[in-house]
Design a protein around this ligand. Structure first.
Ligand code: ADP
Length: 662
């Protein structure tokens, strides 16, 4: 049995058929009426609207037949569509070579007669056919053939109509979906604008009516939503006075945007006249044909930024004036490249001309040998480890050979966010005069103390003789007076020794007479001596065993005496002073703890400076010179040890020092 050949345009024909979205849809009365009519007109028991799909024929309407589709191989219609313009009429299928073996002929529904008119759409594609079928031989009359063709045309127009409807429906749903999407997008956009961190408003018409303003714009205006719909002049008379509507109108007319940055403006905001700085702009919003339909007004309040920049500028200016009037020299070192820049004043301090070049090396060369290394080390430690830089050293002028003392303080500034490399910078102050003053003071103290020493030694000798004699003569009164006088002379000697040491210290003149001794024994001795001359406080010793150190015994004794007498001096009568001594990690630690006045953190930092005394109501009536702790620190440091204090105001202090164990 020969199969119906495939039409030449089969691919396109199938695509056209699909575009009707009709395959496998439910039966429809419109189409069923047409098959029923075809059957009635042609007098056949069966009539079908058959659509020829890729591998099957599917019946949109079937009159007198149960099956909804059959294999394309058995399809009569597949033959019919090959001649789109002709009606295919087979009077006796069993006698037709094309159909006699056809399963629909040999078996159910036992087709004998077939007549089909191709269903051709407006593009010329034969989608299938409208056919009539009988189980008996028959031939259609001319009228029946014409009627079948007319009915075929009806099927096609119904198919077309149906397609349009389906398309319309699809378009309708699409529009509906788009609308929903648009409403959602509009809502989102409005929400974004409403909460944008920039003030926005929309103005329309020559009067710059306020169509909309977001929260930030309303806040900037100091208004609420009541201004919506109002002309600019009426809604915002305070701002209208600044000529905004006129500028906006020009943007509106010319269609060219207008922008201002950091514009200063004063206007009444919530009833108060205030100053503001704004970055603002008026942007024309245009229709497709270029006409402006609205003005978008945007503004950013930059008042704080401008103000803080002005404050920084002012601070910089003040700083510059201060540096100038204090005659401070300044320098700058790029921490990465080590490029060195210095001010004119700094160059002068190093004995260079203010306008000549001075390299870092050249400046270092002017520092005397014994100080040079310390300075280089301090600079390196500051740059590489960020250590504090505050150092005093002498300089010999490059051209004038004058010796100057300077104090240099600096800081390392880490890399900044705006790309500025890390740098080390600071100021330098000429302290020659202060150093000379100190020297003169030292010389004077040294000289006076020295002169006082010999009369005191004689006085001490005489008193000892007196004490001895009174003892022998059992003159207890004179003996006690001589003892008391001797104690006072001892105190005075200690004081004068202190003054002498002060004048020698700091100039590298301190001399240590080191010897090996047990520090615990020295503490016991010192405590004993102190107990002899005071009975107001209880001194409690907590020894921590035998600890041998190598140090200047007298000077370390001075340190202990000093710390002890301070503990007594700065704590109320009847108080306790605890002394402890311990050894660990190669160091001997001595601690003297009182429960007296205590020292604030700020004072603790300066306590070991020369002549520093705490200024307070409690300490003002206690006599002193502020050199005791300075001396202690100098002595301990000369031994390579450490000294410090732990204290809290009102709760007492614990002074401690550490010295290396033998
Ligand atoms: P001076 O006692 O002669 O004033 P020092 O150098 O010994 O000088 O002490 C410096 C300052 O430190 C004192 O003026 C005092 O204010 C404070 N000070 C020292 N020791 C103590 C202490 N144990 N308790 C409270 N304050 C102290």
């Amino acid at each position: 049995m020969p199969k119906a050949p495939l039409p030449q345009n089969e691919q396109e024909r199938l695509a056209a058929l699909r575009s009707y979205h009709i395959l496998d849809t439910a039966t429809e009365k419109d189409f069923d009426d047409l098959t029923q009519l075809a059957s009635a007109i042609c007098g056949t028991p069966i009539s079908l609207i058959s659509l020829v799909d890729k591998d099957r024929q599917w019946f949109k309407s079937r009159y007198g037949l149960k099956a909804s589709e059959t294999d394309r191989a058995w399809s009569f219609c597949a033959h019919a569509i090959n001649r789109p313009d002709e009606l295919l009429e087979v009077e006796d299928a069993s006698a037709d070579a094309r159909f006699k073996d056809n399963a629909l002929v040999t078996g159910d529904p036992h087709i004998v007669f077939y007549a089909g008119v191709p269903l051709v759409d407006e593009d010329g594609f034969a989608l299938g056919s409208l056919c009539v079928i009988d189980r008996e031989r028959r031939k259609l009359s001319n009228e029946q053939q014409s009627a079948l063709k007319i009915l075929g045309a009806q099927v096609i127009s119904k198919l077309k109509l149906r397609k349009k409807l389906v398309e319309l429906e699809a378009a309708g749903t699409r529009i509906q979906k788009l609308n929903t999407l648009l409403t959602a997008k509009e809502r989102e956009a409005m929400q974004i604008i409403e909460h944008a961190p920039i003030a926005m408003a929309l103005h329309t018409g020559e009067e710059m009516n306020i169509r909309f303003a977001n929260k930030m714009m309303l806040a900037a205006w100091g208004k609420d939503e009541l201004v919506f719909g109002m002309p600019f002049n009426k809604a915002l008379p305070e701002l209208a006075a600044l000529d905004f509507p006129r500028t906006m109108r020009q943007v509106y007319r010319k269609g060219i945007a207008y922008e201002q940055t950091e514009e200063h403006m004063s206007y009444v905001h919530n009833g108060v006249l205030k100053d503001f700085y704004y970055n603002y702009g008026f942007t024309p919003l245009k229709l497709a044909d270029g006409t402006v339909w609205a003005i978008l007004n945007t503004a950013v309040d930059v008042t704080n930024i401008v103000r803080s920049r002005e404050t920084v500028k002012l601070a910089e200016e003040r700083m510059r004036l201060a540096v100038q009037s204090a005659e401070l020299g300044t320098w700058y070192i790029d921490a990465n490249t080590r490029e060195f820049t210095s001010s004119a004043r700094l160059k002068e301090m190093f004995g260079f001309y203010a306008d000549e070049d001075m390299s870092y090396e050249a400046s270092i060369n002017q520092i005397p040998d014994e100080h040079r290394y310390t300075v280089i080390q301090a600079v390196e430690a500051a740059i590489t480890k960020g250590e504090a830089f505050d150092i005093e050293y002498p300089i010999v002028g490059y051209r004038d050979n004058i010796l100057r003392w300077v104090r240099a303080t600096g800081k390392v500034y880490p890399a900044s966010e705006n790309g500025q490399a890390p740098f080390f910078s600071g100021t330098m102050l000429d302290i020659t005069e202060r150093k000379q003053d100190d020297q003169r003071k030292n010389d004077f103290i040294g000289m006076v103390s020295h002169e006082l020493k010999s009369p005191l030694t004689s006085l001490s000798g005489f008193l000892q003789i007196l004490q001895l004699k009174a003892g022998k003569a059992s003159d207890s009164f004179t003996h006690s007076m001589a003892t008391k006088s001797l104690n006072q002379v001892k105190k005075m000697t200690a004081l004068i020794n202190g003054f002498l040491n002060t004048s020698r210290l700091g100039t590298g003149k301190i001399q240590l007479n080191k010897q090996s001794f047990a520090i615990d024994e020295l503490i016991a001795e010192t405590l004993n001596d102190t107990s002899l001359i005071q009975d107001t406080h209880s001194l409690i010793y907590e020894p921590g065993g035998h600890v041998l150190i190598e140090a200047d015994r007298d000077k370390v004794g001075n340190v202990i005496t000093n710390l002890l007498s301070n503990a007594i001096k700065y704590s109320p009568k009847g108080g306790e002073v605890k002394i402890s001594c311990s050894a660990q990690k190669g160091m001997a630690t001595v601690k003297i703890k009182d429960s007296g006045l205590g020292i604030s953190q700020a004072d603790q930092d300066k306590l070991f400076d020369r002549f520093y005394r705490v200024q307070s109501l409690e300490t003002n009536h206690i006599a002193g010179h502020g050199i005791g702790l300075y001396l202690c620190a100098e002595i301990i440091q000369a031994h390579g040890g450490k000294i410090g204090v732990e204290s809290e105001l009102g709760k007492g202090s614990a002074f401690w020092f550490e010295l290396p164990i033998v």
